[in-house]
Design a binder for this molecule. Structure first.
Ligand SMILES: CC[C@@H](C(=O)O)C(=O)SCCNC(=O)CCNC(=O)[C@H](O)C(C)(C)COP(=O)(O)OP(=O)(O)OC[C@H]1O[C@@H](n2cnc3c(N)ncnc32)[C@H](O)[C@@H]1OP(=O)(O)O
Ligand SMILES: [Co+2]
Length: 147
């Protein structure tokens, strides 16, 4: 298993609409979706699309959100994770474990905001950077993840 394309950088923020305004007005990155809630993932999301990748602005939906603690520690928000595409998410999960990394949660891939299965690798395994691995959408056949 080796990393493929950088799909997105996740940025935690207390207010995705306000963060999207900053990327549009300060950087001219105005190709952004409307805020959308993903209650099953515990986040509200705006995708800012750039020529080569996306910025995924994420706001917590309540205290059970996986980014709630991060925002408690960083109230103004900050860079949260990087997401790379992989050709086979189950093979990637197994490779991470075989190489001694900690796959978060149950380790079962689940459907992320892009509609394909994802897993997360603990930040302690990558020098303090939380890594999301995403099934390459072009190679997704509908298998390997649950909603
Ligand atoms: C939009 C949907 C989806 C997509 O489709 O793209 C997403 O990207 S959603 C993104 C949010 N979801 C996740 O992050 C899921 C996986 N995350 C987790 O399981 C947890 O958040 C975590 C990474 C295990 C952290 O656990 P938590 O309980 O929130 O905090 P702790 O205080 O226990 O953290 C332990 C340790 O890790 C450090 N940490 C926490 N978050 C990060 C981070 N984003 N980047 C780097 N380091 C992080 C934290 O500081 C602690 O360190 P120590 O104090 O040194 O132990
Ligand atoms: Co993400």
């Amino acid at each position: 298993m080796k990393l493929g394309r950088l799909n997105h950088v996740g940025v935690a923020t207390p207010d995705v609409a306000e963060a999207a305004r900053v990327y549009a007005e300060l950087y001219g990155a105005a190709d952004a979706t409307a805020p959308k809630d993903f209650p099953q993932l515990g986040v509200r999301v705006v995708f800012v699309t750039l020529p080569n990748m996306q910025i995924e602005l994420i706001e917590p939906l309540g205290e059970a959100s996986p980014i709630h603690k991060f925002l408690e520690k960083n109230p103004k928000g900050g860079q949260h994770h990087m997401c790379f595409e992989v050709p086979d998410i189950l093979a990637a999960r197994d490779a991470m474990r075989a190489r001694g990394a900690t796959v978060l949660g149950s380790g079962e891939p689940y459907i992320g905001a892009h509609g394909v299965p994802v897993i997360f690798v603990h930040p302690k395994d990558s020098g303090g950077v939380l890594i999301e691995l995403m099934q390459d959408p072009a190679l997704y056949d509908g298998a390997g993840g649950h909603a």
